[in-house]
Design a protein around this ligand. Structure first.
Ligand code: ADP
Length: 462
């Protein structure tokens, strides 16, 4: 019973067996069709038709018969399919046959096929087609319209006389070499077609799986991968889905825990601040308050980061330059001028508020640590690229690789009152990755920092 169910199940083995069986059945069917409707294409090759033996026998007989019986003999040997005519040496047709022009390739291939059968009965062997003018000679005359495929063989005997054999209709198929070549080409083409279909059948579910794994790698909260394809692949998908669910649970637990710790730290911190009021040494008190404020900022930063991460803003269609313009206008209100270069309208599908936070953050960084930046939006067939460049000091090469680490702050940030807690770029990275995009930071050769956000154009982000 289990055995039977296993066979009916969609497995790789079953797919392979089905493909091969179908290919074999179709091949057999096609061959049968060819044999039935293939006309002379499907006919046997000339050696198998018996025609050559017939020509050889008749020509041998006529070559030894006395001249006076040769014509009646030739007439008697003629049938509906093959016509024999004999011409005396020196006759007009014999002369025409002697001086006619034969196509070298026809002669070569004809002699190759018939030479062995005729042996030394004839001193000359000249095959020709109905197109050759000599075929219209009065003694031979075959109606070219009625028999367009007529094929001739002119044999000259030792006494100078000629025997012309005319196969009126082609009863043979390809010659052996042509047939082999054709069979080989057809077989290779057929194998390629079948393999393509079979491998497409196999590769499609694997591609879906790879795409699903890529998505869930980018965003662990993306929906489970669809279970399609043969059983073995479905098993892999199920395992990956289970693993993804575990990772999701792990991340949620960890986030909840960190959020809870950050939240709970606020209360003792408030108590420390209150107790600090009783410190009499003003300088010590100021230092303590600075530390408390810094911790408070870190906790607030962490909490807002977790909040952003947990908020499930819906995907919508919106105007990308529109968002950038809003940010630029907000800064213009504070007399900070930011240049924008790029198209006026680009429709994008994503999470507009999250992306606005990313770009605001990047512009704010430039304003805080460098100069008001310029924003360039460019489009390639695959991506929308937003480059935010400033003319500030950039980030030392030794530190640039760490900018996306949580709580990373450069010296410029530490030394300033305005410095954040070092979660801005971390949270930008998370948002951009959730859109299937990438974010990179580089020091520009001409000075200043360039932050580049590449967002994929296709709407298949989770
Ligand atoms: P924060 O601004 O809260 O410190 P971020 O993650 O946004 O944290 O940035 C990390 C660090 O990268 C900053 O502390 C700063 O040293 C550096 N940085 C960011 N943007 C720029 C910039 N445009 N020019 C120079 N340094 C920058």
């Amino acid at each position: 019973m289990t055995q039977r169910r296993a066979w009916f199940e969609d497995t790789i083995t079953r797919r392979l067996i089905t493909t091969v069986a179908l290919a074999a059945a179709t091949t057999a069917g096609l061959l049968q069709l060819l044999a039935t409707f293939g006309g002379y294409w499907a006919a046997p090759n000339i050696e198998q038709t018996g025609l050559l033996q017939e020509v050889a026998a008749v020509s041998r007989m006529i070559s030894v018969a006395p001249p006076m019986v040769r014509t009646p003999l030739a007439q008697a040997a003629s049938t509906e399919k093959i016509m024999f005519s004999w011409f005396e040496a020196g006759s007009a047709t014999a002369r025409a046959l002697e001086t006619a022009h034969y196509k070298p390739e026809e002669v070569r291939s004809g002699r190759q096929v018939i030479g062995a059968f005729i042996g030394d009965t004839a001193i000359r062997l000249d095959p020709f087609s109905v197109e050759n003018p000599v075929a219209a000679e009065p003694g031979i005359h075959v109606d070219r319209k009625k028999y367009p495929g007529a094929t001739f063989l002119a044999l000259q005997f030792a006494d100078g006389s000629w025997l012309v054999c005319a196969a009126l209709v082609r009863s043979w198929g390809f010659f052996t070499s042509e047939r082999l070549m054709l069979e080989l080409v057809a077989l290779v083409a057929w194998v390629i077609v079948v393999s393509l279909i079979a491998s497409r059948q196999m590769s499609r579910p694997i591609e879906t799986l790879a795409e699903g794994v890529r998505r869930s790698g980018m965003k662990p909260s993306s929906p489970p991968i669809r279970e399609t394809g043969p059983r073995e692949l479905r098993l892999v998908v199920r395992t990956i889905n289970a693993m993804q669910a575990q990772i999701r649970k792990f991340i949620t637990d960890r986030t909840t825990m960190l959020a809870a710790i950050s939240h709970d730290l606020r209360t003792p911190l408030t108590r420390i601040r209150l107790r600090g009021e009783f410190i009499e040494d003003a300088e010590q008190q100021a230092r303590l308050f600075r530390d408390v404020d810094e911790m408070q900022a870190m906790i607030d930063g962490a909490l807002s980061f977790f909040r952003d991460d947990a908020s499930c803003e819906d995907m919508t269609t919106f105007d990308l330059p529109g968002i950038l313009r809003t940010i630029i206008n907000d800064f213009a209100d504070q007399n900070i001028i930011i240049e924008y270069y790029g198209p006026a309208r680009v429709i994008y599908q994503g999470r507009p508020f999250a992306l606005k936070r990313v770009f605001t953050n990047l512009v704010e960084n430039a304003v805080k640590y460098a100069t008001p930046p310029s924003i360039v939006l460019s489009c390639t067939p695959e991506h929308y690229t937003i480059a935010i460049s400033d003319a500030g000091p950039g980030i030392p090469d030794s530190l640039i690789g760490r900018v996306f680490e949580p709580y990373f702050r450069g010296d410029s940030s530490r030394n300033r009152e305005t410095g954040g807690v070092g979660l801005g770029l971390t949270s930008a990275l998370a948002t951009v990755q959730a859109h299937g995009g990438t974010i990179t930071v580089r020091n520009r050769p001409e000075g200043g920092l360039e932050v580049r956000v590449d967002l994929p154009r296709h709407d298949e982000t989770p």
